[in-house]
Design a protein around this ligand. Structure first.
Ligand SMILES: Nc1ncnc2c1ncn2[C@@H]1O[C@H](COP(=O)(O)OP(=O)(O)O)[C@@H](O)[C@H]1O
Ligand SMILES: Cc1ncsc1CCOP(=O)(O)O
Ligand SMILES: [Mg+2]
Length: 265
């Protein structure tokens, strides 16, 4: 990895607008602050036209979707497109209900996304691939995630991230696998949602280089988790929850370059 967009985040302190779920809003805001970005969380329809004008990226997360929030997402997404700021989609639990599937289809049709980030179950659902999803969790499946990432990236003309034990990043032309991380990640709620917001922060400072911005975002984030988990026992979920924030704040680019386990496929 040749980029150093982490330093750019710390220099530029991009403002990230998050329309997110009620479970993770506080954690995502703290994670963005730890990284060096600034969060603003809002779903009020009255300000969806105005916020994209002052923000550097928008992250749309459907985790606890309401009909009212859908209108806000469409309004903010279209305004973000007009202002040419990157928009990231996190299709949380999209396979769980008809409502989620219908809304994600509509968001993908009406908004131009720079990146879509989900776990294997969510991304398999978007690609109509076989997978046994389980609510917002990853569930089980055998589908080829490299192929799914590539297909979705070409279909939606954007960067696609499928996170998991191995993260897959594709823009439809380039594809990489990242083998960093820790088994503690899926033990805390919000770790995927925060990764989507972190992708938003990296894209905010490198909007023309989506693939490499997402690649650095996922690598940096997984390494912060790896370092946070190092002194912990597998059952120290609570310690990991806070240690991840500490390590996002302490992370530097030399650590990322030294510890990255990336293969270009
Ligand atoms: N089994 C695992 N081993 C190592 N890292 C993991 C594992 N599962 C998930 N991760 C990491 O957890 C972070 C959040 O991804 P994920 O758990 O897939 O999101 P979600 O919460 O949306 O399901 C990513 O950085 C990913 O690399
Ligand atoms: C548990 C839960 N329920 C609705 S949204 C949500 C949070 C999901 O967060 P993540 O995908 O980051 O684990
Ligand atoms: Mg998720």
């Amino acid at each position: 990895m040749k980029t150093n967009y982490l330093n750019r985040i710390r220099q530029q302190n991009p403002l990230i607008h998050n329309i997110t779920n009620i479970v993770v809003a506080n954690y995502v805001a703290n994670g963005l602050l730890a990284l060096g970005a600034s969060p603003i969380m809002s779903s009020a329809i009255e300000e969806m036209e105005e916020l994209p004008a002052i923000c550097n990226a928008l992250v749309i997360n459907i985790g606890t979707l309401t009909a009212e929030q859908v209108n806000a997402m469409l309004s903010a997404g279209k305004a973000a497109n007009r202002h040419h700021i990157p928009v990231v989609l996190d299709p949380v639990g999209v396979g769980a209900t008809t409502f989620r599937r219908q809304i994600v289809t509509r968001l993908l049709a009406e908004i131009s996304f720079s990146a879509i980030r989900g776990n294997a179950a969510e991304m398999a659902c978007l690609a109509n691939a076989d997978w046994q999803s389980k609510g917002v969790d990853v569930g089980k499946g055998e589908a080829d995630l490299n192929e799914i990432a590539n297909t979705l990236a070409q279909q939606y003309q954007c960067t696609v991230v499928i996170s998991g034990e191995v993260d897959v990043v594709s823009d439809g032309r380039q594809l990489a696998n990242i083998r960093n991380g820790t088994a503690l990640f899926p033990k805390i709620t919000g770790s995927g949602c925060l990764l989507s917001a972190v992708c938003g922060a990296f894209l905010a400072v490198a909007p023309q280089d989506g693939f490499n911005a997402a690649l650095e975002a996922c690598t940096a984030y997984a390494i912060a988790g790896e370092l946070a988990a190092q002194p912990l026992l597998p059952q120290q979920h609570g310690q990991f929850y806070t240690a991840l924030l500490d390590h996002l704040a302490a992370l530097d680019s030399s650590q990322i370059h030294r510890l990255a386990r990336i293969s270009h496929v």
